[in-house]
Design a protein around this ligand. Structure first.
Ligand code: UFG
Length: 327
């Protein structure tokens, strides 16, 4: 049993992780400013502290009071398009938040740190579509840069001041809790599976396919969709790895299996109650053709095996959650 402090624990991935930590017998405290998160997503068994991670004194106080052994840092802004419009806000939140948390760790003596990063750090530097952690990084937007700079802050200071750390680079996170208790609550989330689920319950007229002329088998972009509960399990294993004294690492999180936009939509239509129309549209700027994770390093280090690596499971759980929200 460990004492885990989760920043952004009221958000989509954070709240699923809090649930899995509790189920594994850990004690959890959450810090969240509820700017995009939802208090009701935080299980009652977790302590909840309303506040901003950029307030380093406040965070250090909670760390000491809760006697945290490991921090999992989710709290961040994560919309690529918004980051191009509000770059300063993104750097302030994401880089400033990470720096503030590091200061708090130093002050209160927390030695284990897990960081939420993203496949956006790779940009489109990968030509064959399979991305390992050794693939050169080349972010294409302030969001990706804010995560890469945060990674650097953590690995540099972590190595020098003795904060062991795991950096997880997420590919396309989707789906909802299999028991229907949790899911994506942000009404204006723009991700493909989420939009398809909204269309599937009739909250949206239909869906557009952004680009059908990519150099992929069916002409649409390929992504590696990972179920949010599998990703949550990975965080529990990451925390336990650090608490055992495991080495610091940067690890991709995905299944190593890609699905095209057409395949995702076809799966979403299979489970949909409302058989929504699909329209072919122009490419969305900045979309790489294919992003698939080589996650073998993560699997070997943490002993993780995928449990929900099925696009139908992802679309079904997302749709069921969307139905719950409609009630
Ligand atoms: N897409 C459509 N129609 C839509 C929405 C999306 O065709 O209505 C397409 C996109 O063009 C893209 C694919 O579906 O080809 C996936 O798009 P998402 O917006 O769901 O996800 P992205 O791959 O663009 O980005 C996500 C996260 C990023 C993260 C990245 C890592 O939003 O934060 O995965 O792979 F960096």
């Amino acid at each position: 049993m460990a004492r885990v402090l989760v920043t952004g624990g009221a958000g989509y991935i954070g709240s699923h992780t809090v649930q899995k930590l509790l189920l594994s017998g850990h004690k959890v405290a959450v810090i969240d400013n509820l700017s995009t998160g939802f208090k009701e997503a935080v299980p009652n068994q977790a302590e909840f502290y309303f506040g901003d991670v950029r307030d380093s004194n406040f965070v250090a106080e909670i760390m000491s009071k809760f006697d945290a052994e490991v921090v999992i840092h989710f709290a961040a802004k994560l919309n690529v398009a918004e980051s191009l419009l509000k770059p300063v806000e993104y750097y302030d939140n994401n880089v400033g938040g990470t720096l503030s948390l590091l200061k708090a760790c130093e002050k209160s003596g927390v030695k284990n740190f897990i960081f939420s990063s993203t496949a956006a750090v790779y940009g489109d530097s990968c030509t064959d579509g399979i991305i390992s952690e050794g693939t050169p990084t080349n972010p294409l937007n302030p969001y990706g840069w804010s995560k890469l700079i945060s990674e650097k802050l953590l690995s540099d200071t972590g190595d020098l001041v003795g904060i062991n750390h795991v950096i997880f680079r997420y590919f396309n996170v989707a789906g909802a809790a299999e028991d229907g208790s949790n899911g994506q609550r942000t009404a204006n989330a723009y991700h493909l599976v989420h939009l398809a689920s909204q269309a599937g319950v009739g909250k949206r007229q239909g869906l557009k396919i952004f680009g059908t002329d990519y150099p992929t088998p069916d002409g649409t972009c390929i992504r590696d969709y990972i179920h949010v509960e599998d990703l949550a399990d990975i965080h529990v294993l990451g925390a336990e790895h650090l608490l055992r004294g495991g080495t610091s690492a940067t690890l991709n999180c995905g299944y190593g299996q890609g699905y095209s936009v057409r395949e995702v939509i076809s799966s979403a239509l299979n489970v949909a109650e409302n058989k929504f129309p699909v329209e072919e549209a122009d490419r969305r700027p900045g979309d790489p053709a294919s992003l698939v994770a080589d996650s073998r390093k993560m699997q070997a280090l943490l002993g993780w095996t995928p449990r929900r690596n099925n696009i139908d499971t992802i679309c079904r759980t997302a749709l069921n959650w969307e139905k719950t929200l409609s009630k």
